[in-house]
Design a protein around this ligand. Structure first.
Ligand code: NAD
Length: 236
């Protein structure tokens, strides 16, 4: 089948596997590359547990800015097309490496989005582990009522991924009949190896990315377009 004839709605079990490039057209800054956050900030001072243990206020000042920036960005048509498919197909979901909550803001139901790296809009108590949804920026107070600091419920450098999220993603990917990878450079592990599970079980695989990636060979269908353009056709 040619790339132009592919339609997500012709499949029954669909996984959208998304990365930072999915949110690029909304203006959410990337971490690496031109304009990337890690060009301006040293992650060892802002995005690891050791930095948080040393100076939680400094780490929160940084994350308050990230939360404000993400909330000032608006989901684009590509996010909305995915949200529409999720509402129409009972067996479709998103597995995302993004922490920006854009899929949900574009109409994806919470229980159909697996966030492999957490969400910057969830707080986790650093002591008792309680989790709360929260979009305030700045966050006030920065402590849970048990007295310990909240931390963003995201995967920092050196953190383990949540095994329940990884397992749910692996199960969905292994049994889907279509996997659409969008805007990921496929260099962050273990997320990058998950799409191979779909290939092993005979699913159709599509890569949407203006640039080739180290995993492009895995995808028989490569669409070298921006997410919003490719998704308008794929999700029609
Ligand atoms: P990445 O930054 O390594 O790669 C982004 C990819 O998107 C590149 O291959 C690029 O060619 C592609 N791209 C750029 N514009 C695009 C567009 N309009 N349409 C489609 N593709 C486009 O991103 P990654 O693979 O997700 O890995 C980075 C890590 O950083 C991930 O772990 C992610 O969690 C995190 N991150 C998240 C956000 C966010 O939540 N929005 C932002 C930056 C980084």
């Amino acid at each position: 089948m040619s790339n132009d004839d592919l339609r997500v709605r012709d499949f029954s079990s669909v996984v959208f596997f998304t990365g930072a490039g999915m949110s690029a057209e909304s203006g959410v800054p990337t971490y690496r590359g031109a304009g990337g956050i890690w060009n301006e900030y040293n992650f060892e001072d802002y995005a690891c547990q050791e930095a948080f243990d040393r100076d939680p206020e400094k780490v929160w000042d940084f994350h308050d800015k990230r939360r404000a920036m993400a909330l000032s960005c608006v989901p684009h048509d590509g996010h909305r097309h995915i949200g529409d498919v999720l509402r129409d197909l009972p067996d479709a979901l998103v597995v995302t490496q993004n922490i920006d909550g854009m899929h949900q803001r574009a109409g994806a139901p919470d229980d159909r989005v697996i966030e492999l790296h957490g969400s910057m809009f969830r707080l986790r108590c650093d002591a008792c582990g309680v989790i709360e949804h929260n979009v305030a920026h700045p966050l006030v107070p920065r402590t849970h009522r048990c007295g310990a600091h909240w931390r963003p419920d995201i995967v920092w450098f050196g953190d383990m991924l949540r095994m329940d999220a990884v397992q749910a993603a692996a199960d969905a990917i292994a049994r889907c009949d279509l996997l659409v990878s969008i805007g990921t450079s496929a260099v962050v592990y273990p997320a990058a190896q998950l799409p191979a599970l779909a290939a092993q079980s005979g699913a159709t695989l599509i890569e949407v990315n203006p640039e080739p990636t180290p995993m492009s060979e895995l995808y028989p269908h490569r669409i070298r377009e921006k997410a919003s353009v490719a998704l308008a056709r794929l999700c029609a």
